[in-house]
Design a protein around this ligand. Structure first.
Ligand code: ATP
Ligand code: MG
Length: 289
């Protein structure tokens, strides 16, 4: 699969029209996509194992989307083969009072993956230039100094903070990739309705989600600006079509596999001393009665 078509190149525009939400490329139905996803899931397991053994890099994967776009399902399916000890998922909700008493990147910094790990942000620091921008009153809960709160360039500056932070991460071993699961407003409606109609999905439904939907155009505007301002060579955004869940999952898995493969990691080669130690240990074990 050509994943470059989903990537927003640094400094370029993100045009929604060029990213149809129902795109499925060469895949006409689910069957082949599910097979290819399985292969990627297995490959991901191998790649994560080397990442862990290598212990120099970590991979931070950011998921952002409107409600019901399929973040949870994508995370569940794509990561289903990875050793649970090598993967860490963090879901960012409305900030706690402790979190609000710190700068907005604090809780993200605290939850970064350690070397060798894959960290997944289910929502992320990007909420700070999305939901907070759509509801500017949220800013007033953030205990910000007056000059920051009143700064007309506050969003521009936040984009800069985010770019700088991600650059710092990438220059220190944490590779960053970011997914926007791009679902259509019609498909979101259909998914909300099925959450209402199907009993086993009722728990997923929230009235708040329907209210957020009324701000759809504002969200799209904020997504566009945030993605254009923060898609970089070191931390690119991928806009993934999300009307067909099976395609979303496959495309996400493809991007992650290619990212890890690009690191070209190898299992560490033992130094002479360590190799000699292994031989000694072997002799000791074999000499046991
Ligand atoms: P799901 O609905 O699938 O369980 P979710 O990510 O939508 O997953 P919810 O608990 O429904 O989880 O929603 C979390 C809410 O927290 C979202 O509406 C999100 O916009 C909001 N949120 C996240 N970060 C912030 C933030 N920094 N400031 C304000 N609201 C935030
Ligand atoms: Mg929700």
């Amino acid at each position: 699969m050509k994943i470059d078509r989903f990537r927003i190149a640094e400094g370029s525009k993100f045009d929604f029209k060029a990213h149809p939400t129902d795109f499925t490329g060469d895949y006409t139905d689910k069957k082949q996509a599910v097979k290819d996803l399985e292969a990627n899931v297995a490959r991901l397991r191998e790649l994560q194992d080397v990442l862990y053994a290598n212990d120099k890099y970590s991979l931070l994967i950011v998921f952002q989307a409107m409600d019901a776009a399929g973040k949870d399902g994508a995370i569940e399916h794509v990561m289903s083969g990875v050793n649970p000890q090598g993967c860490h998922v963090v879901s960012f909700k409305q900030p706690s009072s402790e979190e609000l008493d710190h700068d907005y990147l604090w809780r993200c910094q605290k939850n970064l993956p350690s070397r060798g790990m894959i960290g997944i942000f289910n929502r992320s620091h990007y909420e700070e230039v999305l939901v907070v921008r759509v509801h500017p009153e949220y800013l007033t809960y953030q205990q910000l100094p007056d000059e920051t709160l009143k700064d007309k360039d506050i969003w521009k500056k936040r984009f800069r903070h985010i770019r700088d932070w991600e650059q710092h991460l990438s220059e220190n071993g944490t590779q960053v990739i970011k997914f926007f699961l791009n679902v259509s407003k019609e498909e979101q409606k259909a998914r909300f309705l099925s959450r209402i109609e199907e009993k086993h999905k009722n728990w997923k439904f929230s009235m708040g989600d329907v209210k957020e939907r009324s701000h759809w155009d504002d969200y799209m505007k904020c997504y566009k600006e945030a993605i254009e301002a923060t898609s970089t060579d070191f931390a690119p955004w991928y806009v993934i079509p999300a009307d067909k869940k099976w395609f979303t999952r496959l495309a996400v898995s493809e991007v992650i596999v290619k990212k890890l493969e690009s690191l070209d990691l190898k299992y560490p080669v033992l130094g002479k001393d360590h190799a000699a130690e292994l031989l000694d240990a072997k002799k000791m074990l074999e000499a046991e009665k």
